[in-house]
Every structure is written in structure tokens, then in C-alpha cells.
Design a protein around this ligand. Structure first.
Ligand code: ZN
Length: 176
């Protein structure tokens, strides 16, 4: 198990567009394993390549579809790995209060599609298609944005964004 450092808001890496994955090798498998460890350790729902400094079109999301009502302490969470993902169709909308491991302590309502169909590759290069809604659909859309250098706070009004900016600056001062 290896944890990777999570890149925080303010780092220019988070504003860059990622390139597709072309090699489906051991390095990719190790990266995905590390991303999973890092996500569990940080107690998040999703994690994208650029958040651990890898500028590739890759992310993982917690699969919440079979989660028990009460999650036992030793529960083995399941994750879906998305490589070179593409949203083929989207329908309806939903509002969810989002957060992001790269923007700690900030939560805000974002409107996204309710239902999406996404095509992606698995770690061995096999193509897959997934049709889903609810939280998993939110997670996928949030992580897709990371691959194009976009953060959820970019959807906020200028006034709210300014409030977020001030809060983050204050956090950084306290952390220093
Ligand atoms: Zn995020």
C-alpha cells in the first residue's frame, strides 16, 4: 500500500487538461492501486489523476450502488476505475452538495445531469459502458471535470467563488 500526496487548490496542475492513457501496464495498475489507497485514507468518494500529480485521463469513484444501510467498520469498499472516459448521453438534472479532496473544507451545491451513460476502459484496456444515476453519476461528472482542469467551485457565482477563495486563503495561513 502506498499513499500519494493529494494536490491542493492553487496548484496549477489542477487547471491543466490531461492526456489519454496509452499504456496498460504494471505502472498503470500500481497507480490505480495507490489511488484507491489514497482515496480510502482520505475518506473521499472519488479521485482523479491530476489530484495525485498524474496528468492522465483516469479517475476512480466509490461504487455506492450496493452499500448497506449501515456500513460495518471492516467493510470492503468497491471502486470503479475509469480510463479515457467519455460521457455518451446525459439526462435530467440533480443538485448535490459537493466537496473535493483538493479543495478541503469547502462544500457547495452544484447542478449536474441526473443520469449519464459513460464509456471507458478498464485497467487491462477492455472497453466498458455504464449507465447510472444519483451519487455515482455526480461523482463521475465531478471527476471528469478534473481531467479538463475544472474544479466544482468553478461553477459557483463570482460572489460565492470569492468567499471560497477567502476561506481557502485563511486555511492556508492557519496551516502555515
Ligand atoms: Zn474533486
Amino acid at each position: 500500500m502506498a499513499l500519494r500526496t493529494i494536490v491542493k487548490d492553487g496548484d496549477p496542475i489542477l487547471k491543466k487538461v490531461c492526456r489519454p492513457v496509452t499504456k496498460f501496464d504494471d505502472r498503470l495498475a500500481t497507480l490505480l492501486d495507490d489511488m484507491q489507497d489514497t482515496l480510502v485514507d482520505a475518506d473521499g468518494l472519488g479521485l482523479a489523476g491530476p489530484q495525485v500529480g498524474m496528468m492522465r485521463r483516469i479517475f476512480i469513484c466509490l461504487d455506492d450502488r450496493d452499500l448497506p444501510e449501515e456500513v460495518p467498520a471492516n467493510y470492503e469498499y468497491k471502486f470503479i476505475e475509469f480510463i479515457n472516459p467519455e460521457i455518451l448521453a446525459s439526462d435530467g438534472d440533480q443538485v448535490y452538495q459537493e466537496g473535493c479532496l483538493s479543495v478541503p473544507g469547502i462544500y457547495a451545491d452544484v447542478t449536474r445531469a441526473n443520469r449519464i451513460t459513460v464509456r471507458y476502459l478498464e485497467r487491462d484496456g477492455q472497453p466498458r459502458e455504464l449507465d447510472t444515476d444519483g451519487l455515482l453519476a455526480v461523482c463521475i461528472q465531478h471527476e471528469m471535470d478534473h481531467l479538463d482542469g475544472k474544479l466544482f467551485v468553478d461553477y459557483l457565482s463570482p460572489l460565492k467563488r470569492e468567499m471560497v477563495r477567502k476561506k481557502l486563503a485563511k486555511q492556508r495561513r492557519h496551516a502555515a
